[in-house]
Design a protein around this ligand. Sequence first.
Ligand code: NCD
Length: 310
Amino acid sequence: MGNFKGKDILHGNQFTKKDVDGIIRNASYFEKELKKKDSLNLLKGKILATLFFEPSTRTRLSFEAAMQRLGGGVISLGSVESSSVAKGETLTDTVRTVSQYADVIVIRHPRLGSAKEAADAVSIPVINAGDGAGQHPTQALLDVYTIHKELGSLKNLTVSLVGDLKYGRTVHALVELLSLFRAKLYFVSPDLLRIPEEIISNLRGKGIEVVETGDMVEATQTSDLIYMTRIQKERFTQVSEYEKMKGSYIINEEFIKKLEKKITILHPLPRVDEISAEVDTYPGAAYFRQMRNGVFVRMALLAMVLGRIP
Ligand code: NCD
């Protein structure tokens, strides 16, 4: 496994299979530790800064919880309106400032490439928590950690990724990791929200079997896993376009009843209407377990980039 000390976490394609296995091992270690005690001292004295220029519930709070469970401290930019960003400060100047106060930065920003831009401006590790419609690598890592736990293995899976594949950054990052384990991928989306061509050709270039379809029922019959996503309303320039797309795919009781075998359902959350609440009690519905796993995986990543575990 590569040494992550001092490294940025920016893109799903930066990990090898060995890296993913190592992160899963470390996350699993922290999950066990937290069963025995509330917190550890591993990152005592270290400070995490969270810079969120877009809304977040799970990503920001689970990073902050992870840091505190490791004994570290957290500072946060808070809302954009309450920081100097509102006065017109550039992203580069903001992160340079923050790097004087913190040991690691987690950033979410609406602009594609913004996390890389931030990382290039400072010497401390920068973790991408979502750059527009680009990447969201820590979500992808917690997704594979969840798959590993729920299904017992990551090898040779058939996965249906459903919904907004054009703007859904979690999918863009996740397929990079799934390709390391030779998954067969069904991309299920409305025509206007298809996965970027570049991602498809990249996967095919690696010899990954990829099928694009609009038919969720057909794709999921042979799948081990459904990765459901929200239609990303905030990425549309016209609300009317969003209105046409929303509700394209819905997992409800009726859909579950038609399944021939048990299937695992993941969703990065938040959901809008794409998974009905009645599905939450279905044994394969793993999205609440998935979000809890975010804490363990982010503990592993923080400890690794800060050089406290290999
Ligand atoms: C996702 C995101 O922000 O990209 N959420 C998350 O981080 N768990 C997905 C979404 O917003 O739909």
